[in-house]
Write a protein that binds this ligand. Structure first.
Ligand code: TRP
Ligand code: SF4
Length: 330
């Protein structure tokens, strides 16, 4: 048994990953692989809670997501990488947890309250959507994870998980540790239009974009909105391209650009070209790994199968304890 603390996190396969996901989550996960016993999984059942009318795309997204993960540097030799639906024990634990979870806990879940009013084009008044955090709780406590690296939006779900774990232990005896949220710092990367980077806003740079696509997208980025003409002075403090420079260009470069921009000595076109070049260069190792795995779909399948088998072995042990605790089977 390894003495490392165990962490677990997951993503819903709802589309290709972009730079926001890379800086908001993936890079963080990659950096935790040596320090922790890591479980990372693709929550395809969770994707069904909102996409149940169009489930067809999910399988394709699962494979692409694993390729994105591997490209970003998640390593199947270090971490257990798996797919939720390949570990059906999650459904059984979800069922047991749903028996003991009071409905008001779910009804007052902030993400539930927000989405039920915000998302108008789908009928989300389903049992599964309300129960989303119960399935998430099953995902987490199945592996007795100590920590859950997530963005701030997911903290209420980890809180519900702790409450459910506590209630299970109270009713049936100590089986589960209470996991803690490990807050990942939110990505400063905005989309091309300065809104939050999101696939649905059509403003994202994807990990799968080619250098040409990246260049084209960068050329379309909104800069300092006050700067209309090349001769106008600009303000890097409010410019999203400048934020990208701070991530992808070296300090010397962006420290030089700062006064040039303010004195209209550099134009946005040129400034963007420099940034795009550095961004593309920074993405090179990722793009190389992506090409490698893209060319080996069988290897990706194998990685998913082996990881899910490893996860299943752990899940099987937990479920034996759970059934014994509930005295449903001996
Ligand atoms: N709800 C998470 C999200 O939308 C995905 C998820 C499902 C998850 N199960 C999880 C995250 C367990 C952490 C742990 O991002
Ligand atoms: Fe932004 Fe660069 Fe244009 Fe200045 S020159 S506004 S930093 S893109």
């Amino acid at each position: 048994m390894s003495s490392k603390k165990r962490i677990l996190s997951g993503m819903r396969p709802t589309g290709p990953l972009h730079l926001g996901n890379l800086h908001g989550a993936l890079n963080n996960w990659v950096g935790m692989q040596d320090e922790y016993d890591c479980f990372f999984f693709i929550a395809d059942w969770h994707a069904l809670t909102s996409d149940y009318e169009n489930p067809g795309a999910i399988t394709g997204y699962v494979k692409e997501m694993m390729i994105d993960w591997l490209s970003a540097g998640l390593d199947p030799e270090k971490s257990t990488l798996f797919v939720q639906s390949l570990v059906p024990e999650h459904a059984e634990l979800f069922l047991f947890l749903s028996m003991i979870t009071p409905v008001p806990w779910l009804e007052r879940n902030p993400t539930y309250k927000d989405q039920i009013v915000q998302i108008e084009n789908k009928d989300l008044s389903t049992f599964g959507f309300l129960g989303y955090p119960v399935l998430q709780a099953a995902d987490i406590i199945m592996y007795k994870a100590n920590g859950v690296p997530v963005g701030v939006d997911q903290v209420p779900h980890v809180e519900i998980t702790r409450e459910i774990a506590r209630r299970f232990n109270f009713l049936y005896g100590d089986v589960f540790p209470e996991p803690e949220a490990i807050l990942t710092q939110t990505s400063k990367i905005l989309g091309l239009d300065r809104r939050k980077m999101s696939k649905s806003y059509n403003n994202a740079i994807f990990l799968s974009d080619t250098p040409n696509e990246i260049e084209k997208k960068v050329s379309q980025m909104i800069t300092d909105p006050q700067r209309m003409r090349r001769s106008d002075p600009g303000n890097p403090d409010v410019c999203n391209v400048f934020e990208f420079h701070k991530i992808y260009s070296d300090r010397k470069t962006w420290e030089a650009i700062d006064p040039q921009c303010r004195n209209a000595e550099i134009g946005c076109v040129e400034c963007k070209k420099i940034m795009a070049k550095n961004l593309i260069q920074a993405m090179e190792p990722l793009h190389e790994r992506r090409a490698h795995f893209k060319a080996k779909p069988e290897r990706v399948k194998e990685i998913i199968a082996i990881g899910s088998e490893k996860a299943r072995a752990v899940a099987g042990k937990t479920m034996a304890q759970v059934r014994a605790a509930i005295r449903i089977k001996d």
